[in-house]
Design a protein around this ligand. Structure first.
Ligand SMILES: [Zn+2]
Length: 432
């Protein structure tokens, strides 16, 4: 298994030739990372990742990565703010050079539309976007095709044709599609998941034709189709709501994709269910979310120090960070895992220093509600230790030490929620 959790996927093949316009890219927000655990799926759910919602009432600083014209940026800002009508949250757009922006929007091409889910944005490095929009698919493609037709180009058209026309005459946007996509991706940024993941909502036809469809239109292999379309169904948190086919967080569904002929067109507006769910997650006039679950917030993560101590015969791992808990708390695991420099976890079948089959060291802690703790700041007060004897021979390869914080919420039967993630650069281990 690759250790890198939050890689973006390049999806749209620019050489796909199509007779009729261009297919819309599916939203490729990676959901399974937020939802490792198996959970009870018998109850009705509203599809949010409650463990990665922001603090209620928070003002989120948002910036654009380089790129994207003024008009497009204005339209994105305007659509994002749609959520503010119903949620006790503010998106404050700051200048491009502001280093404190937690949400970073890329208006680019070739990476599909996707977003980090809620506070997962904090795991991403500061020079990386947390939301990606593939701007060509926000453009008024019909308009650009009509330009091509006037020039005598009767198709089929490809992405390059549209790009060329956009370069000559920019800023023709599809208002409706742009709004839908922006509201949808900012919904992820607030912690919402895909509504089609609702257990039992859709009887997917897992046939070759469906896999082929996503292969052709999105460039997804079978794993990605399982991941993005089918497999997340069992893995999210209950909010006590019912399945909402009108949610803006729902994919469109073609009848041939289901075993019972069910189909659904894209939704362009926030549904009543969307409004109710976001208002419960971020209630106005309330301090805490109505759907509050235990959470830990890791902040000011300065560094991850790893030292080899020959006297103790092991690696000493000392992350430097602040931790804050909310009013409800579960148990927290601090885990340091080893990967090799080429990006694979170091496997083990040993009884000790084993986290899910990988070489790791961890500590379990129960923290007090509403507490704030600093680790390894004023004084050294936290370390993870990994004895050399539990590290297999890596044949001279360097190692990456990955530090993760997981939360177990037994009261809600939810486990292994990833609350933080960081990793070192490749390090050399001493020869043994
Ligand atoms: Zn999505």
């Amino acid at each position: 298994m690759k250790y890198i959790l939050f890689a973006f996927m390049g999806l749209i093949s620019s050489t796909v030739l199509l007779a009729q316009g261009l297919p819309k890219p599916g939203c490729t927000t990676i959901l399974a990372d937020a939802m490792f655990s198996e959970v009870d799926t018998t109850k009705p759910r509203g599809v949010a990742d409650n463990y990665h919602t922001w603090e209620n009432g928070k003002e989120l600083l948002v910036k654009f990565m380089p790129g994207g014209g003024k008009l497009l940026r204005e339209k994105v800002m305007q659509s994002a703010k749609e959520w503010e009508k119903y949620a006790n949250i503010r998106f404050r757009f700051v200048p491009d050079n502001d280093p404190n922006a937690v949400i970073r929007v890329q208006l680019g091409k070739g990476h599909g539309h996707n977003s980090a889910v809620g506070t997962e944005a904090k795991f991403r490095s500061k020079d990386e976007q947390t939301i990606n929009f593939d701007t060509i698919y926000l453009s008024d493609i019909t308009y650009y095709i009509s330009r091509l037709q006037k020039k005598g180009n009767s198709g089929p058209y490809n992405v390059g044709n549209i790009e060329d026309e956009m370069a000559i005459e920019p800023d023709h946007w599809s208002e409706k599609e742009l709004r839908r996509v922006v509201v949808h991706e900012f919904g992820h940024a607030l912690g919402l998941l895909h509504e089609q993941s609702f257990p039992g909502a859709i009887n997917w036809n897992k046939s070759d034709s469906v896999y082929n469809y996503y292969q052709e239109t999105q460039g997804w292999d079978r794993d990605k189709v399982d991941f993005n379309v089918f497999e997340v169904a069992d893995q999210f948190y209950t909010n006590g709501t019912t399945y909402d086919p009108r949610s803006i967080m729902h994919y469109s569904v073609e009848s041939w994709q289901t075993t019972d002929g069910y189909s659904l067109k894209d939704n362009y507006e926030l549904s009543a269910g969307d409004k109710a769910l976001i208002a419960a997650l971020y209630p106005k006039g309330q301090k805490e979310a109505l759907k509050l679950v235990p959470k830990v917030e890791i902040s000011n993560f300065n560094k991850l120090t790893v030292t080899t101590q020959t006297a103790r015969k092991g690696l000493v791992i000392e992350p430097v960070f602040d931790l804050k808990t909310n009013s409800r708390l579960g148990e927290v695991y601090f885990v340091a895992r080893l990967a090799t420099e080429d990006g694979y976890y170091v496997r083990t079948s040993g009884l000790y220093y084993n986290w899910g089959g990988t070489v790791a060291t961890y500590k379990k802690m129960t923290l007090l509600p509403n507490s704030k703790v600093s680790y390894n700041k004023a004084k050294k007060n936290f370390e993870l230790f990994l004895p050399f004897e539990y590290i297999p021979d890596l044949k001279g390869k360097k190692v990456i030490v990955e530090f993760s914080v997981y939360l177990d919420d037994a009261s809600n039967n939810q486990y292994n929620k990833l609350m933080y993630y960081s990793a070192t650069n490749p390090l050399s281990l001493p020869q043994q």
